[in-house]
Design a protein around this ligand. Structure first.
Ligand code: FES
Length: 277
């Protein structure tokens, strides 16, 4: 593949082109633009964020325009728009974590580090953010570092201790998850490349808080009738023909006249549920 890179994309192309082509080759012919998500992570392995040069590189290697790349890069929170620190510390302040003290943990770090959401300490070590549910509600409140679980059932003091260690140049053992790495190293994995460091990928058994529900059910003899945990998972998605629901004459008439639907939205309007950053 030969691409004439522009001056803004060239420096990244010199370093990243072989890896970018490897990513693109994972997708069927004619579907290369689907490689955009891992390519943006690839850009972050070098830059730590997605700069205008990174946008230009992705656009040119995929043959799409910069607006298309920008639309994706600005939609997802894992693509950073400003330079980030070596460690991204995310504190969950969503409902369950919040009820159990997540906001206090976040507030403590704001005060201790002197930075707010999406800001980086002057030494370049820590970028702080408050996050939506980090998918570990059973261990609430939780703190992650570079997307690995760092503190379960966090408290203001355990969070302060962790960031102090990170700023000291230490790499403490996280409560769960893999060995701690820098945010740029994590982007290598997110771009779909294996990380050769020992312990770079976590494995392990579910902990007691995760299994609490199942244990309680067993203790009280609660079971789902006819449930066989060894049964193979079958495809439950209906076939394309089954999915096609007959449309009534009234529905057709409603759409044609743009008559408001029962939920108050204009007929045919499916917009409104997007999650924005
Ligand atoms: S609400 Fe914090 S991990 Fe789910």
């Amino acid at each position: 593949m030969t691409v004439d890179f522009s001056p803004s994309a060239s420096p990244l192309a010199e370093r990243l082109l072989p890896a970018a082509l490897e990513i693109i080759a994972r997708y069927p012919e004619g579907r290369s633009r689907s490689a955009l998500l891992p390519l943006l992570h690839l850009v972050q392995t070098e830059e730590g964020h997605v700069s205008p040069n990174g946008v230009a590189f992705c656009a040119e290697v995929l043959g799409i325009n910069k607006a298309q790349v920008g639309a994706v890069a600005t939609f997802y929170t894992m693509y950073k728009r400003r330079p980030t620190g070596e460690y991204l510390v995310s504190v969950c302040t969503n409902t369950l974590c919040n009820v159990l003290g997540g906001q206090e943990v976040y507030d403590e770090l704001v005060e201790h580090l002197g930075v707010g959401h999406d800001e980086t300490t002057a030494d370049g070590r820590i970028t702080l953010e408050h996050a939506e549910c980090l998918a570990a509600c059973d261990y609430a409140p939780v703190v992650t570092v570079n997307y690995d679980f760092a503190i379960d059932e966090a408290t203001p003091s355990s969070a302060r201790e962790l960031v102090d260690q990170l700023r000291d140049g230490q790499r403490p053992t996280l409560s769960r998850g893999a060995r701690i790495c820098s945010l740029k190293e994590m982007q290598v994995q997110l771009a779909g490349f294996s990380d050769p460091r020992a312990g770079a990928v976590a494995d392990g058994q579910a902990g007691a808080p995760t299994l609490r529900g199942v244990n309680l059910a067993q203790q009280h003899g609660i079971a789902v009738p006819n449930f066989n945990p060894d049964a193979p998972i079958t495809k439950t998605k209906p076939a394309r023909e089954e999915k096609t629901k007959p449309v009534s004459a009234a529905e057709v008439a409603g759409v044609a006249s743009n008559k408001p639907a029962a939920d108050g939205k204009p007929a045919g309007d499916s917009v409104g549920n997007e999650v924005k950053k």
